[in-house]
Design a protein around this ligand. Structure first.
Ligand code: NCD
Length: 381
């Protein structure tokens, strides 16, 4: 089958996708969402085979973790969720990530013998999913014709979080009330700990895929020294996405010009010992206060990948807590709850497109083949 994106069926970083492939996935996700809302059958493209998904989360997660499993449950993927692999694995005995990943996937030198058909990996090391893809590719070179083993990056350190970028694009697409392309004439304001935000990294790479056909302006409101990496800024410039910076003091002024205000939290767990993350004064300036609601343009809305910092020993939360009930009640100006729930339909649509590659590879197996003791039914000609 024709690959749906570069390095298909792995889904590791946004650079693998073209604007067209992104649009296709998002449309598929929106079709899934509509079907789910109306309790209609999902418009799935893959066949009904219980492929096995192994979930390896070395870092904490609430939404990404559960929505991957909810998505898999929608079409009978069997799920093995390895409990706390960072603690309950030979990592604590000094084993390298490569060796652990080879064990968790049963790749190595046994041809078709695999202990999973799809692996979803979250890890604190940037590039961890690439490491896993390499382990698998090496095994596949030794056994050409063995089934693919797609890797999905569910967040790697300060690298990328590409499925969150899909969730964000689907949200922008579903919630922007413009008549043309949902990204055209878009001004999006990012604020927070952008240097460490894998979510923002992936979303910026995704926006860059549309810079040649849509007018996109990105505003960064950040303290000095906490900005997006220079190579990503060069990428934006190359792809005709305009960008500008403002200091925390200018936050209210920038909100007035934005169609979307994208908030992020300070990633305290990623700071090195002794490192100052954000001065308190700065953090207070970068709170979306309830008074700022009046500054929002008509139809503008606030997004957040969540979690919001709710630690009472280290306030403030980056969004005024008085606004959270409004988000829960479905106020169109506060999108973060809908954004989070969309994780199910978006990840289900992605898994469906990834299962297609497994279906195609299984069709090439000899007649009467069994996969994990289950007969594979080839399509009748
Ligand atoms: C983000 C993450 O894990 O990178 N959360 C998420 O997946 N929805 C954002 C964060 O932790 O701040």
């Amino acid at each position: 089958m024709k690959p749906l994106w570069d390095n298909y069926p792995h889904f590791i970083r946004m650079q693998q996708l073209s604007g067209e492939s992104l649009e296709k996935i998002i449309q598929h996700a929106i079709d899934f969402e509509k079907a789910l809302k109306k309790c209609k059958p999902l418009p799935r493209q893959s066949r009904n085979f219980p492929w096995r998904m192994r979930v390896l989360f070395y870092e904490p997660s609430t939404r990404t973790h559960t929505t991957f499993k909810d998505a898999a449950a929608l079409f009978q993927l069997s799920v093995d969720d390895v409990p706390d692999p960072g603690v309950f694995s030979s990592a604590v005995k000094g084993e390298k990530l490569e060796s652990a990943l080879a064990a968790y996937t049963c790749t190595g030198n046994m041809g078709h013998l695999r202990s999973a058909d799809i692996v979803v990996l979250r890890h604190k090391a940037s590039g961890a999913s690439q490491v896993l893809a390499k382990v698998i590719e090496t095994a596949q070179r030794n056994f050409p014709g063995s089934l693919p083993l797609p890797v999905i990056n569910a967040g790697d350190g300060t690298g990328q979080h590409p499925t969150q970028a899909l969730v964000d694009l689907a949200t922008i697409s579903a919630e922007r009330k413009n008549s043309g392309h949902s990204l055209d004439a878009l001004t999006i304001l990012f604020s927070g700990d952008l240097a460490r935000s894998r979510v923002v990294n992936s979303l910026l790479y995704a926006l860059g895929k549309f810079g040649h056909k849509c007018k996109i302006r990105v505003m960064f409101c950040i303290p000095n020294g906490f900005g997006t990496k220079p190579d990503l800024l060069e990428y934006l410039a190359r792809n005709r996405v305009q960008y500008e910076f403002g200091s925390p003091r200018e936050f209210p002024k920038m909100i007035k010009r934005a169609d979307i205000v994208y908030m992020t939290r300070v990633q305290r767990e990623r700071k090195d010992p002794g490192e100052v993350v954000f001065k308190k004064k700065c953090r207070r300036k970068l709170v979306f206060r309830k008074e700022y609601v009046a500054l929002l343009k008509q139809d503008a809305f606030v997004m957040h990948p969540l979690p919001i910092n709710e630690d009472p020993t280290d306030p403030p939360p980056e969004i005024d807590s008085e606004l959270w009930p409004l988000a829960q009640a479905g106020d169109p100006r506060f999108a973060w709850m809908r954004q989070s729930h969309r994780g199910i339909s978006v990840r289900a649509a992605l898994l469906d497109l990834i299962c297609l590659s497994l279906d195609a590879a299984a069709d090439a197996l000899p007649d009467g083949a069994e996969i994990w003791g289950r007969p594979w039914k080839k399509p009748s000609m």
